[in-house]
Design a protein around this ligand. Structure first.
Ligand code: SF4
Length: 231
């Protein structure tokens, strides 16, 4: 959530293989994880995996400060560990923290089990050119992603779609991804980290997204934590 203070909980493991992935090292099981020692210090202690939800909540509480907006449950892919994520989200909510889930939306069934404990849901819309999965599985993936957004919207969870863009992303893919999403609260076009996309291309892709969505809802936002050098 841009400009707001969050605690990030990054889950290991992901079932997709996006060509632009910035966390490929998180795609397998990890024997240990890191927890920042003090908020914003960039120094970490190592903890043995797997952790219990209560242990993670204790770390979150320790790192939360005045002005915390939400706890971001991100990855890797949180839905790969949906039982754990559900338990964690429930604990956070009962402790008064807002929960922000970032997901690739590969399973609407798993996503729906979390809905009661979410305040915000940011769901990726993977484009065919992202090569996130074998071509014959893409239709199923995008249907699940769209369904997650729909269920979030219907449940009163703030629903945001994220489309990562690369220099070679075709306009028609962005335009078609943005069809039928009128219920969304926001759509973010996010230039992939390290890709050089000229402003005129960004504007064209923004126009393509606005073909079907109100300009009020469409934003171009880089990976701000990377720009700030945070985590
Ligand atoms: S869904 Fe996210 S974590 Fe998984 S491969 Fe794609 S970019 Fe990486």
């Amino acid at each position: 959530m841009v400009g707001r203070r969050q605690v990030f909980v990054r889950m290991a493991g992901c079932n997709l293989h996006c060509r632009y992935c910035d966390t490929p090292g998180f795609c397998g099981r990890q024997d240990a994880c890191r927890a920042e020692l003090f908020p914003g210090w960039g120094e970490f202690s190592e903890l043995a995996n797997p952790l219990r939800p209560e242990q993670v909540v204790a770390e979150i509480d320790r790192l939360s400060g005045r002005g915390l907006h939400s706890v971001s449950l991100t990855g890797g892919e949180p839905l790969c560990q949906s039982d754990f994520v559900g338990a964690l989200a429930r604990e956070c909510q009962s402790g008064g923290q807002k929960v922000y889930l970032e997901t690739n939306g590969f399973s609407m069934q798993r996503f729906c089990t979390l809905l009661d404990h979410l305040d915000y849901a940011a769901v990726d819309l993977k484009l065919p050119s992202h090569q996130a999965c074998p071509a014959e599985e893409w239709e199923m993936l995008i249907q699940n992603e769209r369904a997650c957004l729909d269920f979030a919207f219907q449940a009163g969870v703030y629903a945001m779609a994220k489309v990562v863009i690369l220099a070679e992303t075709p306009d028609r893919e962005v335009e078609s991804a943005c069809q039928g999403l009128e219920g969304l609260d926001a759509l973010v076009l996010q230039p992939a980290w390290g890709s050089r996309i000229p402003s005129r291309r960004l504007l064209r892709l923004h126009e393509a997204a606005c073909t079907n969505l109100s300009p009020e809802k469409v934003m171009v936002i880089p990976q701000v934590h990377r720009l700030l050098g945070v985590l």
